[in-house]
Design a protein around this ligand. Structure first.
Ligand code: S3P
Length: 433
């Protein structure tokens, strides 16, 4: 791999195979939750292997703006929290590119006296925030949006508990309600029609909160206080996805990922990798603060098969779909993706950009409002990729490029740093040319 205009464009050349072992930087979703809850808790929390991505660092910066003391040394982070009472910042809380920061933190400040204004970058400014306005207003806060988006102001208030039936599959919305419920009067409960990632539940318990589950309903009593923790953040399985997909592309690949997060609400991907012809071995599984962590070894065992992603499977793979779609043309029988309308309101319209970039590499693909059909048995050629400044698009097409004929140019490659700044260096290490 060479790069021209270093920070903006990467040129990816084809590889012969992919081999090696890695310890991945900390999970983005878990790092956000640890940052936010540590900022509210009493005492000093210490994290190692904290995410190096820009997004969780937006959460840390917001906590500093709210009065917490934050120190960062590489991937070691310390946060001294505000023991339940945030300061009202003079400047807006800048969430950068991070929808997680904006939505989850809105829930946390909703019970605090004062007005909290949230801003973000261009992409975040068009992402839907109505989904958190409704439940937070039902609990008693006031949330002012700009045509349904940020800039957003949360006018904090004394909250009352809510019985919330989540209308969309979103862990961020669930979390906003649970975080608000932490300091509401009464017991808040949440039911999800589709079970989403449960990192908030584990993190809240780790910080000392009590949560109960009865069947599908989750309960959190108000008036709970949090205590600082020490934790090592598991490696990010969504970042691992790019290399796991790359390993599937080559018959003699071998990839070992140590200390990676294996939370069952995130690990559906491993079943998909097996279904596509990968041999997945999971070793040394341990639990840390409710999160499963282990080593995975993957190599390609059989022919590369496609996999249909629909229904509840779509929700559990939502961040992994760009990478899976980018390798779909190389499968024997292609891939059908449906029920993925949410992809249109991520950091970019991920359905439109995946379709556009697959076509830029010469692939045939049919776009649907809620997904796409990607026929298998296709040969791709190197093309010019537009990342749309979306991290997962930049990384997904860098992987597709490994099996293409000729070089692929990725514009907006710097977007990878939103979740995985080391991505291109690691790709260089693992790809054998
Ligand atoms: C996340 C939830 C998902 C996911 C995002 C991280 C989280 O978003 O796409 O990257 O950490 O809770 P939604 O809650 O909008 O589905």
């Amino acid at each position: 791999m060479s790069s021209s205009t270093e920070s903006l464009t990467k040129v990816i050349s084809p590889a012969r195979t992919l081999r090696g072992s890695l310890v991945l930087p900390g999970d983005k979703s878990i790092s956000h939750r640890y940052a936010l809850l540590a900022g509210l808790a009493e005492g000093t929390s210490k994290f190692s292997n904290f995410s190096t991505g820009a997004d969780p660092h937006s959460s840390l910066k917001c906590m500093a703006s709210l009065g917490a003391t934050v120190s960062v040394h590489k991937n070691e982070v310390e946060v001294t929290g505000m023991a339940g009472e945030f300061l009202v910042p003079r400047q807006p809380l800048d969430c950068g590119n991070s929808g997680s920061t904006m939505r989850m933190l809105a829930g946390l400040v909703a019970s605090q006296p004062g007005d909290f204004t949230f801003v973000g970058d261009e992409s975040l400014t068009v992402r839907p925030m109505e989904r958190i306005r409704k439940p937070l207003e039902q609990m008693g806060a006031k949330v002012t949006l700009t045509e349904g988006h940020a800039p957003m102001t949360v006018h904090g208030a004394k909250l009352k508990a809510l019985s919330f039936e989540a209308p969309i599959a979103s862990a961020q919305v669930k979390t906003a309600v649970l975080f608000a419920g932490l300091r509401a009067e009464g017991t808040t409960s949440v039911v999800e029609s589709v079970r989403t990632r449960d990192h908030s539940e584990h993190a809240l318990r780790a910080f000392g909160a009590e949560l109960k589950r009865d069947g599908d309903r989750l309960y959190i009593a108000g008036g709970q206080k949090l205590k600082a923790i020490e934790a090592t953040v598991p490696g990010d399985l969504s970042s691992a996805t790019f290399f796991l997909c790359a390993a599937l592309l080559f018959e003699d690949s071998n990839l070992v990922l140590d200390a990676v997060g294996l939370n069952p609400t995130r690990a559906t991907l491993l079943d998909v990798i097996s279904g596509m012809g990968g041999l997945v071995k999971v070793l040394d599984v341990q639990e840390q603060h409710g999160e499963m962590v282990g080593t995975i070894q993957v190599n390609r065992q059989k022919a590369l098969r496609g996999f249909d992603i629909t229904g509840a499977l779509t929700a559990s793979l939502i961040d992994e779909i760009p990478a899976l779609a980018a390798i779909a043309p190389y499968t024997e029988n292609g891939m059908k993706i449906r029920d993925a309308k949410e992809l249109r309101v991520k950091e970019s319209d991920r359905i439109a950009l995946v379709v556009k970039n697959l076509r830029a590499m010469g692939a045939e693909v049919v776009e649907h409002e809620d997904g796409m059909d990607i026929p298998g048995g296709q040969k791709l050629s190197g093309g010019v990729i537009d990342s749309g400044l979306d991290h997962r698009i930049a990384m997904a097409f860098s992987i597709a490029a490994l099996r293409a004929e000729g070089e692929t140019t990725i514009h907006g490659a710097e977007a990878a740093a939103v979740s995985f700044p080391e991505f291109f260096d690691y790709l260089d290490e693992l790809a054998i040319r």
